[in-house]
Design a protein around this ligand. Sequence first.
Ligand SMILES: [Zn+2]
Ligand SMILES: [Zn+2]
Length: 233
Amino acid sequence: MTRNELIIYTVGMLAATNLFGIVYSYVVLNTSIFKKFRIQDKAYQPNIFKARFGLYFINLLMLLAFSAAGVYFIFDLFDTKDFTLWVIALQVFIAFVMDDFWFYFMHRYFHENKFLLRKIHSIHHRAHTPFPMEYLYGHPLEWMTGTIGVALGFAVIYFSFGSISVFAFLAFGFLRNLHEIHIHSDIELPIVSQIPFLSKTRHHDDHHSKLDGNYSSTFTWMDRIFKTTFRSK
Ligand SMILES: [Zn+2]
Ligand SMILES: [Zn+2]
């Protein structure tokens, strides 16, 4: 796989998951298809999709541009061969664990530091009743800080395995985006909720509705270890 091909696949994968997020948001906000799976019973603000779209779109463009630039500069660390499926799965898992580890402390600090909470993180928390697209609705500085966790994960993988599987990289990006869209959907789909280790939508939904506890994103163990779990039910 060439450098340009990996850039195209990365940008294409991120664009596709976000297109899914936009369509999913539209269906959630404008139809009753998923109504019985909703966690909160509060109505959405009128025209909320339109109100959120500007900042969401800026962050999406930044995500695409930063990902393309990132792949361009670290392309030599990638490898397309010599990895078994188990090693690829292990690399994806390590990337998620490290990302979640970083996210927990970063997110908790954004709440404990009242200046950062007021000036930066409060933008993401305008969503008391979130809908899928709002996973990318936040201060651009906040989500850029979040990418440190991704870099940390792939640095650990590179130093442990000698190179990063392109398939692990793409699979991680794809699954991470889908999971972020899912936990902001306010919808607890029975099948998705059965996936072992993953945090359920309710975990992050409770964080949005109560503004307290549940700082981890992908898993729930960081909140359990540091005793910051909050449960509405
Ligand atoms: Zn928060
Ligand atoms: Zn959120």
